[in-house]
Design a protein around this ligand. Structure first.
Ligand SMILES: Cc1ncc(COP(=O)(O)O)c(C=O)c1O
Length: 407
């Protein structure tokens, strides 16, 4: 028995499904999760001393790769000074100033502990600011695991309309629309416009595969919200600081009322953030009447990891470097008939061309046997990091290209 298998058998006894977040269980690809002992750059090493080139990158936060030296140094320094104060400190100020100084639609920011929390706060704020109850989300977009958002919510929830435990009353307040469908949007607003507090979207949907939206659709969405008095929330937990420093908002010039961030903003430590126009953000406690709090919010270690990460992204060079890896992958797999690849910016989604969901497990095992770790679900996207090299991508192309679907 491998060490990973032994650990997993023990984990199953003490943890639901043996893991602390569902997709990690490998249920969608078959087999059992690898227990990782260490990681550096593009490489992860499991408990049995196997190494893999990692394209999951902790589901997105690690745009600089594992244990990036500058981030590691910032974290070591931070820990040497104590790691939680429960009061004001200067690193959240510096991170807030860095972000608000660069992104005009983020006049104020509140740091929280996860993307889920950021979205919860944004939705509460939108309801308070508009005095309305209903929310609109899009099918396949995932916005974390708060009750209001666990409806048609992408990868971990695929095929389930809602989680058990979400009340029908809560679900009824969330309207779910298809992506890229302006007519459905118009119809929903014609029927419910005056009740809709906010529309939330992943402007680059990346939780049920990768489904880039046209700028025109996002513009229509923004105009529809503006006309009806609903707030537009861009959930850039994945795309923020990844597609560009300003995320999709920065790329398209569209300015959401509120934006939520997570993942990269904490450099791989637990962080989320909600940001937006000053007069909206001023509604958040203690400045205003919308309550939000957190014992570990703006944790100084996470803030310094975030600062050390964002400072390396500021000049845009990283984005150009990563886009080239994406282009290399697209070109390299163009002629491979068994696979379909969608790649934009530094994200990619590799799918078996025939029967993508049921053949993905086989593709995943083939890649793993070749030392390449893809996300363990057909619906999850993969990520490039600065630690990946063109030679890594060549190996990825060669290994993927040698996969044959089982008949
Ligand atoms: C777009 C989006 N929003 C929100 C979340 C929730 O973030 P977290 O897992 O940090 O709670 C995720 C997580 O993957 C996400 O992809």
């Amino acid at each position: 028995m491998t060490r990973s298998a032994d650990y997993f058998a023990r984990a199953l006894r003490v943890t639901p499904g043996g893991v602390h977040s569902p997709v990690r269980a490998f249920a969608a690809v078959g087999g059992q999760p690898l227990f990782i002992e260490s990681a550096g750059g593009a490489i992860i090493r499991d408990a049995d001393d196997n190494t893999y080139t990692d394209y999951c990158m902790a589901f997105g936060p690690l745009i600089l790769g594992h244990a990036n030296p500058s981030v590691a140094q910032a974290v070591h320094q931070a820990v040497d000074h104590g790691w939680s104060y429960g009061t004001a400190e200067r690193w959240s100020l510096q991170l807030a100033e860095l972000i608000t100084g660069r992104l005009p639609w983020a006049e104020q920011i509140r740091f929280v502990n996860s993307g889920t929390e950021a979205v919860m706060t944004a939705l509460r704020l939108a309801r308070a600011a508009t005095g309305r109850r209903k929310l609109v989300k899009f099918a396949g977009c995932y916005h974390g695991h708060s009750d209001a958002m666990l409806i048609a919510a992408g990868s971990g929830m695929s095929g389930m309309p809602a989680s058990a435990g979400v009340t029908a009353a809560t679900a009824a307040e969330t309207l779910v629309l298809p992506l890229a469908d302006s007519d459905a949007l118009t119809t929903a607003f014609a029927a419910h416009g005056s009740e809709i507090a906010a529309v939330i979207i992943e402007p680059l949907p990346a939780n049920q595969g990768l489904q880039p939206q046209t700028t025109e659709f996002l513009q229509t969405l923004a105009a529809t919200c503006r006309a009806s008095g609903a707030l537009l929330i861009f959930d850039e937990v994945i795309s923020g600081f990844r597609c560009s420093f300003g995320g999709v908002a920065g790329q398209t010039g569209l300015q959401p009322d509120l934006v939520t961030w997570g993942k990269i903003i904490g450099g791989g430590f637990p962080v989320g953030a909600v940001a937006g126009r000053r007069e909206l953000m001023q509604r958040i406690a203690p400045a205003g009447d919308v309550y939000q709090a957190g014992t570990l919010s703006a944790n100084p270690v996470a803030m310094q990891a975030g600062l050390a990460t964002l400072r390396q992204l500021e000049d845009g060079g990283v984005y150009r470097q990563l886009e080239q890896l994406g282009a290399q992958l697209r070109d390299g797999l163009q002629a491979v008939k068994n696979l379909r690849v969608t790649a934009t910016d530094s994200l990619f989604w590799l799918q078996p061309a025939s029967d993508p969901v049921s053949h993905y497990g086989d593709l995943h095992r083939h890649m793993l046997a070749g030392g390449i770790y893809l996300p363990p679900s057909p619906h999850e996207v993969a990520f490039f990091a600065t630690a990946h090299t063109p030679a890594d991508v060549e190996r990825l192309i060669a290994r993927a290209g040698s996969w044959q679907p089982a008949c």
